[in-house]
Design a protein around this ligand. Structure first.
Ligand code: HEM
Length: 485
């Protein structure tokens, strides 16, 4: 085996990587020591900004295989043939803590999936929860500030967490979900993934459908109680990373079955729930699950920084046949992600191997910027239209258009007949077994009882009372008992 020579960044051989150069034995350092200067300077620049949310995560490559014909609903090429396989990259994450945070915590989990399709990359950036805390993107920075570390104490504060929720009755459904048994998944393999938002599919005839994505884990759902989680964190703060990495290295490849709920576009206006409200589900009795395919993860990234930290998912990366719905939250996200990535990774982050298309090639007139690796050849024009056979638009619609009416303004999302902030939270509570209800109530009371302001406690209790009388009564009693203790 040939011995490799250590070189500087410019490829020159390094003579000594153990001793820095000095003026005489015991003298000061020399500026001419390129290896020392370059090594220290490069080391100082290793960190980049972490994601503002979902900073801590784990990821793997795999494939998606179509098992059922959905061509009646979408013209997306990667879904057009049963048996067709598309390469994928999936990044799981926790939400609130920073890059060094622990894995086994009570928090939603991210489920960000990139399909490298022949029509470009399709990013489905979801969570392990079918709903979310808020329904208007203008509240997102305030919500996240209240859940992340307090700027003075430097840690998450129940006062902030519950104060935000006191003013967000629409969060009651997601709080019930998060404080329940599924709030701490045992691992990334043992949880479902959801698109959460409603998306639009359009078929080859131009007919529109609204869809919700459900990735059901084939490993079975496994969760941890608060006590079990504390023990796991004490033993291995990176427990989810360890589990995913080791399972795939052993060849135990996790998989999920993708189902969709499909609503013909014409039914949206009169559905009892606003179908574009992210705090609501569509009961399966209204829109049953229809199987689409299978997602398998079978390859670990070779390098966490290059492939996981630098990966970039954007809800605005669609392919023809799949487009956004008018969900205000989703619309806000269409802007936020690529903007965050231009700051976090730079304008040319789309050229990094993990982010670039794999089954097709990006071909456009975007040029220059920091680290421009794909910048056109001497034959390529950097403007369009041109007379030199440069890439040109197709003129084909990416999806069916949606009719709109009314006046511009800061409107609340329209309420449908059965819409309020509490009904579905109550439904979820009533579905739980007695033992599940007990654990849910104890988890809520454990946090809420630590809140300083009585008014914040009262407002939150009112939300649980509004969801279900028994739910409210039990949370209230548990909170009082803990505060009187
Ligand atoms: C208006 C509401 C939201 C805003 C403004 C927002 C914004 C962001 C931003 C800026 C990032 C970091 C992106 C990056 O640096 O690469 C992020 C990450 C993420 N968000 Fe959101 N988010 C919102 C709601 C949601 C919702 C509702 C979900 C799930 C249904 C979600 C799932 C995720 C996931 C999974 C990631 C991590 C992606 C990855 O693994 O790289 N977010 N979000």
């Amino acid at each position: 085996m040939s011995k490799r020579t250590l070189t500087t960044e410019s490829g020159a051989p390094v003579a000594d990587n153990q001793n820095s150069a000095t003026a005489g034995v015991g003298g000061p350092l020399l500026v001419q020591d390129q290896q020392l200067l370059e090594k220290l300077a490069r080391f100082n620049r290793e960190r980049i900004p972490e994601r503002v949310v979902h900073a801590r995560g784990s990821a793997a490559y795999g494939y998606f295989e179509v098992t059922d014909d959905v061509t009646a609903y979408t013209s997306a090429a990667f879904l057009n043939t049963v048996g067709k396989k598309t390469e994928t990259f999936l990044r799981f994450s926790t939400v609130a803590d920073s890059l060094g945070g622990a894995d086994a915590v009570r928090d939603p989990r991210g489920f960000a999936l990139k399909f490298y399709t022949e029509e470009g990359n399709y990013d489905l950036v979801g969570n392990n929860t079918p709903v979310f805390f808020i329904k208007d993107p203008i509240k997102f920075p305030d919500f996240i500030h209240s859940q992340k570390r307090d700027p003075f104490t430097g840690k998450q504060e129940p006062d902030n967490v519950w104060d935000f929720w006191a003013h967000a009755p629409e969060a009651t459904h997601q709080i019930t979900w998060l404080m329940g048994d599924r709030g701490i998944p045992a691992s990334y393999r043992h949880m479902n993934g959801y698109g959460s938002h409603t998306y639009q599919w359009t078929n080859a005839q131009g007919e529109a459908f609204f869809v919700k994505y459900h990735f059901k884990t084939n490993q079975g759902i496994r969760c941890l109680s608060g006590e079990q989680a504390a023990e796991v964190v004490g033993k291995d703060a990176n427990s989810h990373q360890t589990d995913l990495l080791q399972a795939i290295e052993r060849g135990v490849n996790p998989s999920w079955t993708l189902y969709v709920q499909i609503m013909p576009a014409a039914e949206a206006a009169d559905y009892r729930f606003n179908p574009f409200d992210l705090t609501k589900v569509w009961p399966h009795s209204d829109y049953p699950l229809q199987r689409v395919g299978r997602l398998v993860l079978d390859r670990n990234p070779d390098n966490v920084f290059a492939e996981v930290e630098q990966s970039a998912f954007s809800p605005n990366n669609f392919v023809p046949g799949i487009t956004a719905s008018p969900d205000k939250m989703l619309q806000g996200r269409l802007f936020a992600y690529a903007d965050a990535q231009r700051y976090r990774l730079g304008v040319n982050h789309t050229l990094l191997p993990v982010n670039a298309p794999k089954a097709t090639t990006a071909d456009n007139y975007g040029r220059d910027g920091v680290m421009a690796l794909r910048n056109g050849s001497r034959h390529d024009k950097n403007y369009e239209p041109n007379s030199y056979q440069g890439p040109a638009e197709t003129g084909l619609a990416l999806g069916a258009p949606k009719a709109v009416s009314g006046y511009t303004g800061t409107h609340e999302a329209p309420a449908h007949t059965k819409d309020d902030d509490f009904f579905q939270a109550g439904e979820l509570y009533r579905l739980m077994s007695e033992a599940e209800k007990e654990r849910l109530v104890a988890n809520i009371a454990g946090g809420l009882s630590q809140v300083t302001l009585e008014d914040v406690i009262e407002k939150n209790l009112a939300h649980f009372h509004a969801a279900d009388a028994d739910y409210g009564k039990r949370v209230e009693e548990a909170v009082r008992a803990l505060r009187d203790a």
